[in-house]
Design a protein around this ligand. Structure first.
Ligand code: HEC
Length: 157
């Protein structure tokens, strides 16, 4: 497993080097397309909650999409190197909530916050801390990544 990641990391370094001219010209790294074939299509309306929670295929797609598009800032396997927030912690406040209804409401709120964050990115005073992903990949890919992050959550306990 880790060996695979090392090889992947080496390969992506080479790819990054060869595409860096393009990247510099655009001031950013080119995002990788995410193939969401096989996932239930979600349509045009933005959902308020992750429809794929616990879905195996979403987990697989999300894992690859995360590691190609988010890991360079949020860390490989969602273990942050300190630059950007540790995304395993996103739902952390909800897991301990005892009341089931409050717990559900808590997850929903985090889902909403997550979706807004990746759709619009994080921009403060004109500085782009995180690029927006709306228009880069579809809603299916966004929730697939959330499904992956939920699976990583338990690792941070
Ligand atoms: C260029 C670096 C970069 C990339 C790429 C990036 N992020 Fe971020 N992200 C950040 C930074 C920095 C912050 C914190 C911004 C702030 O403090 O306002 C952040 C914040 C977030 C937050 C809010 C977290 C919190 O605890 O408030 C979420 C959710 C998030 N990112 C998800 C993603 C996902 C999913 C991807 C991949 C699709 C991604 N990010 C790609 C840098 C990045």
């Amino acid at each position: 497993m880790h060996q695979t990641f090392r090889i992947l990391a080496a390969v992506s370094l080479v790819v990054a080097a060869t595409t860096s001219l393009y990247a510099y010209a655009h001031g950013n790294v080119v995002p990788q397309a995410v193939d969401t074939t096989g996932l239930t299509p979600l349509g045009d309306k933005w959902l308020e909650q992750n429809p794929y929670r616990g879905n195996k295929l979403a987990l697989k797609i999300g894992s690859s999409a995360y590691n190609q598009n988010c890991a360079r800032c949020h860390g490989l396997e969602a273990v942050t190197g300190g630059i950007a927030p540790d995304l395993r912690m996103l739902d952390r406040d909800c897991t301990d909530v005892k009341n089931e209804n409050k717990k559900k409401a808590c997850y929903k709120e985090t889902d909403n916050y997550y979706l807004t964050s990746i759709r619009h990115g994080k921009v403060r005073n004109g500085a782009v801390y995180m690029p927006p992903f709306e228009g880069v990949f579809n809603q299916e890919a966004m929730w697939a990544i959330k499904t992956y992050l939920e699976a990583r959550r338990d690792d941070a306990k």
